[in-house]
Design a protein around this ligand. Sequence first.
Ligand code: 5GP
Ligand code: MN
Length: 333
Amino acid sequence: MKKKLILAFNELLSSTKKIIIIPHKNPDGDAIGSTLSLNFFLNKIGHKSKIISPNHYPDFLKWMPGQEKIIKFSDEEKKSKTLIQSADLIFTLDFNNLSRIDELEPFVRNSKAIKIMIDHHENPDNYAQITYSDSSIGSTCEMIFDLIYQLNKDQIDEKIATCLYTGIMTDSGSFRFPSTTAKTHQVISKLIEKGAKHSEIHQHIYDSYTFNRMQLLGTALNNLKKIDSLPVVYMTLSQEELNQNKFKKGDTEGFVNYGLNLKGVLFAIIMIENEQDKIIKMSFRSKGGFDVNKFAKIYFNGGGHVNAAGGISRLSLKETESKLLSVLKKIKI
Ligand code: 5GP
Ligand code: MN
């Protein structure tokens, strides 16, 4: 983290401020972990800070310390608007383009608050007055650790350590993606020293399947298709299949990664129908040099990272599958 940035944060936080912290829509472990830990820290050093999430997050994050106080814009629109209007600072975490917060975008854009982006995705937009963006870092939680460590490391307690550990773990595929560095492990070591209980956190996140979710995974795996002559596999889940297995938000998290467990596969895709939003939500994962961030951006209105990205299709599930197959004929993997 650059000295100039630390100075800017120090200056900004030197007097009491009303602060709002916002994760991206459909927040994941890193988004929730980073917002919760920053919120604990800011409260501890005397600020009035609150988290507003655009919408709900999966059940497997609902054990995290402090999560019960997260305000959901989708449930409490009026309260959220008032809070955003009167904020001095708005931290936006784990995303770099306001389109990622959907209906919240205009309120944040028009707010008089100083905006701060802390994020690790590629191609940051320039809506923030202070931007701490670094796509070489594996998670926003690792960046928040750096920030808190530089500002006042004694404030890192068990709750902050638990939230940061969770986000670093989930965004690194449990410390196995290439973005995991020696520094990541040094951070993890400090978080365990500060009280993060790694075994318990793993169990909360990964060993919390409902029976329906496990059966939905079975359906997705049954639907897995291999593309002849390419190291590519894809899965689909239709709305009907989701309904049959009593789908709940977050149930499909991580399914796409199973494709990469196949020997030789370098690119895995999942397409999930969402009848309510009239979209097909797509997730892309790769191994090695194939850049799924670019792929998502060019063909499916999305983005993310080199090895993990997402996107959207407004065609039907069948048409999306056809588009994917024709696009795959054009690219080199
Ligand atoms: P996931 O596939 O788990 O939803 O997302 C993988 C990565 O891609 C995450 O870092 C996420 O922030 C990003 N991502 C997912 N969906 C979208 C999208 O529709 N647009 C953009 N720009 N990024 C996305
Ligand atoms: Mn992240």
